[in-house]
Structures are given as C-alpha cells and as structure tokens.
Design a protein around this ligand. Structure first.
Ligand code: C2E
Ligand code: MG
Ligand code: MG
Ligand code: MG
Length: 300
C-alpha cells in the first residue's frame, strides 16, 4: 500500500507541473462534500420543434447551488469532476434525477407531450464498467421506458475503445437514444457515425452563431451555412434527428428551420429552467381536451 501511495504521489507531482493539482484537489474535496450535502440540482432546457413551436424534449443540465459561492456553472466544475473521477457519482445523480423527473412528466402529460429527456455523459462515465447497469437501474427505479431517455455524448467521448462501443450497443438495445453533442467540433464525424448507434445529432452552436447573416463575401458565414447544410443532408441519409444548438434570435431559428432542422435549442427559444417551470410550459401546450382535471383553468 505504501508503494502504491508513493506511486500516486509521484504521478500527482508530475502532473502538477502542467496544471494546478492543488486547486483540483481542493475543488474535488468541495465537490465530494457538495454531493454528500445534496447541493447539486438539475435544470432543464427545452428542445423546441421549429415547425410547430412546441416543446418536445429537454436537455438536463447540472447546477451547483454552493452555500457560499452561489450558483456555480458546470463549465467551472465538470472538468475537475472528470479529472478527479467524481463525474461518475455526480453523473449518476443527474441520470437518476432526470429519469425520475421525466417519468413524472410522462405520467402527467403523456407521450404526445413529453418525448425525451437527456443528460450529458462524459467519457469517464462511459468507461465506467458499471455505466450500463446504472442506466438500467435508473430506468427500472423510475419506471421510465428507455425510449424516453436520450444520452448526450461528444464525439471524443465515444471515439475510443471496444468497451465503449459495446456499452453503446447495449444501451441502444435497451431502447435508449444516443445523441452526438456539439457535432462538428470533434474529429472523424463521418466514420464515427457509421459505427455508432446514434439517433440524434446536435449541430454545435459555433455553426449557428452568425448563420443568419447573409453578408455577400463573408466566407465565415457561408462556411457555417455549408456545414449546417452538410450535417442536415448527412442526418437525412442516415435517418437521424437533428437539433440545432445555441439559437439566440428568431432569424437563426428561421434559417435553420428552412435548412431542415426539426428541433432547436437556445436562449431565444427557452433558457434552462427549473423542473417546475418546465411543468408549467408543458401544461400550457397540452391540448385542452387531454388536460388532466387538476390542470384545467378554473373558469372552464
Ligand atoms: P452542452 O451539453 O453543449 O449544453 C449546452 C450549453 O449551452 C448549456 O450550458 C446551455 O445553458 C448553453 N446554452 C443553451 N442555449 C444557449 C444559447 O442560446 N446561447 C448560449 N450562449 N448558451 C446556450 P451549461 O448548462 O453551462 O453547460 C455547459 C456544458 O457543461 C454542457 O454543454 C455540457 O457539456 C456540460 N454539462 C452540463 N451538465 C452536465 C452534466 O450533468 N454532466 C456532464 N458530464 N456535463 C455536463
Ligand atoms: Mg449537451
Ligand atoms: Mg451541446
Ligand atoms: Mg455545446
């Protein structure tokens, strides 16, 4: 054990030459404590059908309600959670919470209104040998059918390894849908899609930014449109659903709709919100004849 510990120390010291291990260790301990103390929350950002203007799903995003630092952004702690391995228990919490909440929405509003809900999954989680069992247990304990769960994975996370490939096929076999997140920013998109049982691609925000600008002679704007068009054609050929991420204005939404994107996500459409706020949105878009009695407006 002493030898093992000595080796770990050496690895830590060597790694410390490149990045602040002390900061990692400190934040890692805080994360652990925050997990134990129940400080993490899940918020949900609606995915909106661009043709019908209806919410058809949500992305689950973790938030840290820190007692002194306030709301901490995932950008500030996910990388540390990944490096320290805490992403495994944290990701399990987000997964279970999302399944529980999605099952509640499904029971309340039915499959016409709630189509899918999805958390993000890190490479580290995918490599965890218990991951598939964790998903199976989260579905069984919540009662959520696998078809309603979408796992968002990045290209780099699914790139490596037989083990990951086996896990993804097993999840696919359970009916769980897999979405390729931030699509277009990674490597090897096309070869990956052949080997990977994905059902959704999410066009990265970097291709949506400025897509509405039709400046003649702006190579950057033309390039983004070309990528958006290529992705939609590829998705059509491979029978994948598409989501355009980071839509910030009506012109972008309209341009992407015209290009053939069926679903959009972004601050212009809806921001990440509490589960209660999502419930209100879903109740508002329920057809009146299908509304549960306790959701009926008082004057009807
Ligand atoms: P992502 O998966 O690409 O999630 C989308 C991010 O873009 C979210 O940031 C969302 O709030 C933000 N966003 C959505 N629409 C717009 C828009 O119109 N404009 C702009 N500027 N931003 C928009 P968030 O919640 O801060 O999450 C950042 C990243 O952290 C996520 O990127 C995801 O990679 C990661 N993340 C979040 N929650 C989890 C989690 O539970 N597990 C893991 N492994 N990663 C997570
Ligand atoms: Mg995502
Ligand atoms: Mg994304
Ligand atoms: Mg993104």
């Amino acid at each position: 054990a002493a030898k093992q510990r000595g080796k770990d120390n050496w690895v830590r010291f060597a790694a410390g030459m490149e990045r602040p291990v002390h900061a990692d260790a400190q934040l890692g301990a805080e994360l652990r404590r925050g997990l134990d103390d129940g400080e993490f929350r899940v918020v949900y950002q609606p995915l909106v059908d661009l043709n019908r203007n209806l919410v058809t799903g949500v992305e689950a995003l973790v938030r840290w309600a820190h007692p002194t630092r306030g709301m901490v952004s995932p950008a500030d702690f996910i990388p540390v959670a990944e490096r320290t391995g805490l992403i495994v228990p944290l990701g399990r919490f987000v997964l279970r919470e999302t399944c529980r909440q999605a099952a509640a929405w499904l029971a309340e509003f039915g499959p016409e209104v709630v189509q899918k809900a999805g958390p993000n999954v890190s490479a580290r989680q995918l490599h965890d040998p218990d991951f598939v069992d964790d998903v199976r247990a989260a579905l069984a304990d919540s009662g959520l059918p696998g078809e309603f769960l979408v796992l968002e994975l990045t290209e780099s996370a699914v790139l490596r390894g037989q083990q990951v490939s086996r896990a993804l096929h097993e999840l696919h076999g359970m009916g769980v849908r897999l979405a390729l997140d931030d699509f277009g920013t990674g490597e090897s998109s096309l070869s990956l899609l052949r080997a990977f049982p994905a059902s959704i691609v999410k066009l990265d925000k970097s291709f949506v930014d400025g897509i509405e600008l039709d400046e003649p002679g702006s190579p950057a704007a033309m390039a983004r449109q070309a990528v958006a068009r290529a992705v939609i054609q590829m998705a059509g050929a491979l029978d994948l659903d598409t989501v355009a991420e980071g839509i910030e204005n009506a012109e972008q939404a309209e341009r992407l709709r015209q290009l053939g994107y069926s679903l959009g996500q972004g601050f212009h459409l809806a921001k990440p919100m509490s589960p209660e706020a999502v419930t209100r949105m879903l109740a508002d878009q329920m057809p009146a004849d299908q509304m549960p009695a306790d959701q009926m407006p008082a004057d009807q």
